[in-house]
Design a protein around this ligand. Structure first.
Ligand code: PLP
Length: 224
């Protein structure tokens, strides 16, 4: 399936002048597809699988900013720690501890987003507000981590009202912690929300970073 460069240009046009950026989610897609968007100027790419991310990072241009957007297991942090740009899905203190340890080993600071549980579905990972507060109160002990904001996924649903309410909820949690993030990082706080099916709603509800895959690269075929 060819890369949908028209959809890409349309999204870039939509985002121009806004404060929302695009992470092109390239999981399961071949390097040629990423290169196609790279040649159009895309530098932020998102991956869900550690081995795939490591292989792509080794093969592709060094100025790509790699986002890890999947569920990260502690024992795999070491493989991406040398180069990852932003880890979106952090949802435990244990994982933060390991990321900090690997960041120290690599003599760098690793930027992370805390993943909030906003969807109704049980299967989605993420923190509730109490857990978020606990992590924030302990964050300063991790000298080599910067918590740059929040990430979340809405329910996979055709009910736009429900999806919007979940994004509203996430935005309101984000708003409560925005000044802390700014103080902690010195950078504009990031709210990563919105995918192919719901990104326009996410932007209306205050997303600063959308993660779009299938709209750009076509449907994924996991059987390959
Ligand atoms: C796969 C994935 C995306 C992109 O999904 P699309 O619906 O293909 O745009 C975004 N965020 C996360 C966390 C994902 O796993």
């Amino acid at each position: 399936m060819p890369v949908n460069t028209i959809a890409y240009q349309n999204i870039i046009t939509e985002l121009a002048g806004s404060n929302t950026s695009l992470v092109a989610v390239s999981k399961t897609k071949p390097n040629e597809d990423l290169i196609e968007l790279y040649q159009l100027g895309q530098r932020d790419f998102g991956e869900n699988y550690v081995q795939e991310l490591v292989d792509k990072a080794a093969a592709l241009p060094k100025d790509i900013r790699w986002h890890f957007i999947g569920h990260l297991q502690s024992n795999k942090v070491k493989y991406i720690a040398p180069f990852v740009h932003l880890i979106h899905g952090v949802d435990s203190l244990k994982l933060l501890q390991e990321i900090n340890k690997q960041a120290i080993k690599n003599n760098r600071t690793i930027h992370c987003l805390l993943q909030m549980h906003i969807a109704e579905e049980e299967t989605k990972f993420g923190l509730d507000e109490t857990e978020l507060k606990q992590i924030i109160t302990q964050a300063d002990q991790f000298a080599n981590i910067k918590i740059c904001g929040l990430m979340g996924m809405a329910s996979f649903s055709n009910d736009q009202h429900k999806v919007r309410n979940e994004f509203k909820k996430l935005h309101s949690i984000f708003a409560q912690h925005q000044s802390w993030v700014l103080e902690h990082t010195g950078q504009a706080p990031i709210l990563s929300m919105g995918m192919s099916g719901d990104y326009p709603i996410a932007i209306e509800e205050g997303s600063t970073m959308v993660r779009i895959g299938s709209l750009l690269f076509g449907a994924r075929n996991y059987a390959q």
